[in-house]
Design a protein around this ligand. Sequence first.
Ligand code: SF4
Length: 401
Amino acid sequence: MTTFDATEVRLSYANPLVEKLRDEGELVVGELTFLMPTSFGFCWGVDRALAMVEEARKEYEGRPMWLLSSIIHNPRVNQDLRDKGIRFLKGPLADEAPEDAPAEKLGPSDVVFIPAFSAEIEDMKRLEEKGVQIVDTTCPWVIKPHKRTQKYIREGFTVVIHGTVGHDETRATCSLVEASEGRFVVVHDLEETEILSAAVEGELDEEALRGGLHEEAFSSVFEFPGDLARIGIINQTTMLATESRAIGNRLKTAIALRDGDEGLAESFRDFDTICRATQDNQDAADKVAQRNPDLFVVVGGFDSSNTRNLARVGDAAGVPAFHIEGPECVGESIRHRERNSGAIIETRDWLPMEGPVTVAFTAGASTPDTILGQVVKKIAERRGENLPSNLGGSGSPVDLL
Ligand code: SF4
């Protein structure tokens, strides 16, 4: 499905306040100034996945429908699909207990959606064996690292994945490597890359390498140090692009130190597989952060990788950045995800209650405009500012053209 119509999807999540901010980039309400980047929110891949679901709901009307797991990492969107009668086979929204797994009872009349970030090979095989109608919404940008992975394996490289162990996309990539009898190592950040680089350089033994990385960061077969002889890097599509580049450079240096510059062509590959939407949203968020807002509110699912990395863009610019899921997180304190620990915490005194305040926003690729709009409105209300009536408040209307 290269062409699709996401009009229906966009309309169902449209919000006039966000539209205004998208068009103008800035909105002043009393003492509040809201800033919005030029790129944020639903990406092409999410539009496509949700449009495919809507199309399939019409085409296969009346048949039982299932999502393998969350279609995208946004709780509201997944709940909306559930409300439309689509049930979940795996993940936190799965209806049945694992011992009563409905996947075993599926048959040709069932329709199963594969999420935008793809699926593990074993799951795909099981579904094919059951003869179900598969609707594969895997984003074409996610296919890119898969293709590169297979190329590396064919050429005898160990795949180094800059990603998050346990994230659906990285799990799918790892399963592809296992099924192809290849080798992989997952590094999450520069700190872990330092450990891997030291092992490549011969400065660390296997125990120290394994101890320094996540216990599931290695393929089931991984021979040390032989499987570090030739490495090829890919990225989970939604990682922080600046960090991905730094990771590539650090590992390149490690190989050059070990094999000399002439060894690089033989032993090192690096291929940028960050998706365009992720890159655009991060670049735009950085530009807004450079305007020195008083705070940066990043809206998206707590388990959304691209949203987490947008919050890190704010951190890098030195702006207080809060990653929240939606309007329910906004109150006297703000409920947000702490970057280093991943804990969901509450912070008080997060919004100056007097004087002019500039608040910048962005939203992850899986965040509907409706949620972002509710967050903006709630922040205005906390400061006692009334939005124009045609933007969700009761103040004088503004021109929407
Ligand atoms: S964030 Fe990128 S890879 Fe993920 S669905 Fe959107 S376009 Fe595709």
